[in-house]
Write a protein of this length. Structure first.
Length: 313
C-alpha cells in the first residue's frame, strides 16, 4: 500500500532517522487507517532480541528502607531515561525473581547493589547475559562496575573529623558489602592513627539499625566516642536519635557524618553532614555501558566522584 519495502515500513514505524519524514508520515497514516499494530513478540522472535533490559535491585524491601528511597530511585531514573530513549523497555525486579520470563528473556542485566560478599553478582553472572553492576570494583574481577569513589568518600569524612579535633570515632556499616568496605578503608587510612576507630556492623541500612547500634554502645561502661561516620544517612539519623535520648548533643558532644546525601539529610534536625553520591549520573552511565555491551563494544568500569556536604552535625 505504501509502495515501499518491508524494512522501510519497519523503520518508519520505529521513527528511524534512516527514513525521511514524508515517508514516515505516509506509512504511519496508512497503518492507522488499516488498524495495523506491530507484533512486538514476532519481531523479537525473528531478531532473537527482546529489546528489554532487566534491572535487578539487590536490596530486600523493608519497612525501614523502602524502595521509594532516593537509592534506588535516582539510579532507576537515569537508567530508564537512557534505555527508553534507545528503544529498550525496562523490567524492574528483585534478585528473588530471576527465574521469571521477563528476566530470562531480557537482552541484558543491570544489578543495583552487589550484596554481601558479592553474592548477587555471582548469582547473576550465571545467567550468561551481559551484566553491568552498581557498586565497587572487585580486584581481579572482569565484571563491569559503575560506582562512586567510596574510598574518597571515607577520606573526606575523616578529614572533616580531623578538622573538628575528633579522635574517638565509630564507623557504622556492614563491611561485608564492597562499597561499605571501601568507605571504611578510606576513612581509617585517612585518620592515619590520629585517634581510634571502633567498627560496628549493623546488618541493615535503616534508621532502626543505627539507633540500636549506638544505643547498645552507649550502654557499655567506659565506652566513649566523639564522632560517628555512618555508611548511610538513615543509619546516621538513627545514631543521632540514640544520642539525643541520652542527652548527648550533636555536634557539641558528638559529631555525625552520613552517606548518600539524601533529600532528608538537609531537612533533618540538625541538618546532616553527608557524603553526596551522584546517583542519577550513575544510572545514565549504567545504561550507556549496557547498550555498548549489547552492541559488542569494549566497555570498562568507571568511578564517579563524591562530595562532602558540610552542614550542622
Amino acid at each position: 500500500m505504501a509502495g515501499v519495502s518491508k524494512i522501510t515500513v519497519s523503520r518508519a514505524l520505529r521513527n528511524s532517522p534512516l527514513v525521511t519524514e514524508a515517508t514516515r508520515d505516509k506509512v504511519r497514516k496508512i497503518a492507522e487507517e488499516q488498524g495495523y499494530r506491530l507484533n512486538v513478540s514476532a519481531r523479537n522472535l525473528r531478531m532473537g532480541r527482546s529489546y528489554s533490559v532487566a534491572v535487578v535491585v539487590e536490596m530486600t524491601p523493608a519497612k525501614g528502607r523502602p524502595m521509594s528511597d532516593p537509592y534506588p530511585l535516582e539510579l532507576l531514573g537515569g537508567i530508564t531515561q537512557e534505555l527508553t530513549t534507545a528503544g529498550y523497555s525496562v523490567v524492574l525486579t528483585s534478585k528473588q525473581l530471576l527465574d521469571t520470563a521477563p528476566v530470562q528473556g531480557a537482552d541484558g542485566l543491570i544489578l543495583l547493589g552487589q550484596g554481601s560478599h558479592g553474592e548477587a553478582v555471582t548469582t547473576l553472572k550465571k545467567t550468561g547475559l551481559p551484566l553491568v553492576v552498581w557498586g565497587a570494583p572487585e580486584p581481579g574481577s572482569d565484571t563491569i562496575v559503575v560506582g562512586s569513589d567510596n574510598r574518597k568518600g571515607g577520606i573526606s569524612a575523616a578529614q572533616r573529623f580531623i578538622e573538628l579535633g575528633r579522635t574517638k570515632l565509630v564507623f557504622l556499616g556492614d563491611v561485608d558489602h564492597a562499597e561499605v568496605q571501601e568507605r571504611c578503608a578510606g576513612f581509617i587510612d585517612a585518620m592515619g592513627g590520629r585517634g581510634t576507630v571502633h567498627i560496628m556492623r549493623p546488618k541493615a541500612f535503616t534508621f532502626e539499625a543505627g539507633f540500636d547500634c549506638i544505643s547498645a554502645l552507649l550502654k557499655k561502661k567506659g565506652q566513649s566516642f566523639d564522632g560517628v561516620f555512618a555508611a548511610s544517612d538513615l543509619l546516621a539519623m538513627g545514631a543521632i536519635r540514640a544520642l539525643a535520648e541520652k542527652s548527648l548533643h550533636v555536634p557539641e558532644t558528638v559529631s555525625v557524618i552520613g552517606y548518600d546525601d539524601t533529600p532528608g539529610a538537609a531537612s533533618f534536625v540538625p541538618p546532616l553532614t553527608s557524603v553526596h553520591q551522584y546517583l542519577r549520573d550513575g544510572g545514565v552511565l549504567l545504561a550507556r555501558k549496557m547498550l555498548d555491551l549489547m552492541n559488542g563494544e569494549a566497555v570498562a568500569s568507571e568511578v564517579l566522584p563524591t562530595t562532602l556536604m558540610v552542614r550542622q552535625t
